[in-house]
Write a protein that binds this ligand. Structure first.
Ligand code: FBP
Length: 342
């Protein structure tokens, strides 16, 4: 009997135990954040089981409505959104919610309010839902001083004001990745226990990667720095081997791979989409927060992504996320193109 292995298998570091340990570092804390997070986790467990049985439970396909982005909503988009909105309100710890699936910000009834604002994409990677490819949920958490006076402006805070961010990937296994400002940790759902167990402690992205991730179908519309960068990946001049292209088309899955293996994920601006495609509040900011916490960088083509100040709830932003050195290379190309006056 491998006693040591059994001991480690019996000393379960669940996500709740992990966050309670984190909370114990703040004597003034009342446990509100832990309660909020447990409701986010509950939502993810529900969505995970729904995604797993989607084909059986007739949860695939369209819901028949269109969301604020003009996208046809999938049944699972609507179901996931409903579960998260109800879970977050019932936590009694939130005052304002912003969801990719809801045009307006959701003000929590005063009787149920707490200090936290949650911005979230209930189900990211919609184009992959019906073919069973990995999809996910993305969230970011802010705080307000006085929840009785919360306003729309409080949802339009820069990313560098985030308190915490994370995602849950519904793939071959269900993985919850979280940062509360002290590094990034990954937890895998043990279906037999219904518990997320710490499996990826203190994730650090490799300084440089061998992978680039982008929808090359947009190449003809790209700006010069993006075109030059991808060219360097394919035809390196420095004797290094070409980088490999990996693109799943679900941001959560592409970012999860990038965090673990290194490299660069990009959804740049282009002639057709001058602000790129990905939404600033609940896609770009949370992933940028995680990337920086893991030792990587998040760049818009002009600046550090987390320093952006949103003007609208559903605004988009170009984004380059990944290994420190790879993003430095991208920054140099943009600086050079700016110097050339392009
Ligand atoms: P939603 O599915 O939540 O709208 O997310 C957008 C998204 O699917 C990202 O997950 C992904 O990175 C990107 O769009 C893929 O876009 P494209 O199909 O244009 O490459």
């Amino acid at each position: 009997m491998d006693y040591e292995a059994d001991t480690s298998r019996t000393d379960l570091m669940t996500i709740t135990r992990f966050v309670l340990n984190e909370q114990s570092k703040y004597p003034e804390s009342r446990g509100d954040f832990t309660i909020l997070l447990s409701h986010v986790v509950l939502g993810c467990k529900f969505v995970c089981s729904s995604v797993n049985k989607a084909g059986l439970a007739k949860l695939l396909g369209l819901a028949g409505d269109t969301n604020i982005q003009g996208e046809e909503q999938k049944k699972l988009d609507v179901l996931s959104n409903e579960v998260f909105v109800k879970a977050l309100i019932s936590s009694g710890r939130t005052c304002l919610l912003v969801s990719e699936e809801v045009e307006e910000a959701i003000f929590v009834p005063p009787s149920h309010r707490g200090k936290y604002i949650v911005v979230f994409d209930p189900l990211d990677g919609s184009s992959n839902i019906d073919c069973g490819v990995s999809i996910g949920t993305i969230f970011g958490i802010y705080m307000v001083e006085d929840e009785t006076k919360v306003s729309l402006e409080d949802a339009l805070q820069p990313g560098n004001k985030l308190l915490a961010a994370g995602y849950c990937m519904y793939g071959s296994s269900c993985t919850f990745v979280l940062s509360t400002g002290n590094g990034v940790n990954g937890f895998t759902l043990d279906p037999s226990l219904g518990e997320f167990i710490l499996t990826h402690p203190n994730i650090k992205i490799p300084r440089k990667g061998k992978i680039y991730s982008v929808n090359e179908g947009n190449a003809k519309n790209w700006d010069e720095p993006t075109t030059k960068y991808v060219q360097k990946c394919k035809f390196p001049q420095d004797g290094l081997p070409p980088k490999s292209l990996r693109y799943i088309g679900s941001m959560v899955a592409d970012i999860h791979r990038t965090l673990l293996y290194g490299g660069i994920f990009m959804y740049p601006a282009d002639i057709k989409s001058p602000n790129g495609k990905l939404r600033l509040l609940y896609e770009v900011f949370p992933m940028s927060y995680l990337m920086e916490q893991a030792g990587g960088q998040a760049f818009t083509g002009k600046q550090r992504a987390l320093d952006l100040v949103p003007k609208q709830l559903h605004e988009r932003s170009p984004i380059f996320l990944g290994s420190y050195d790879d993003i430095e290379q991208m920054k140099e190309l943009y600086a050079a193109s700016k110097a050339d006056g392009a």
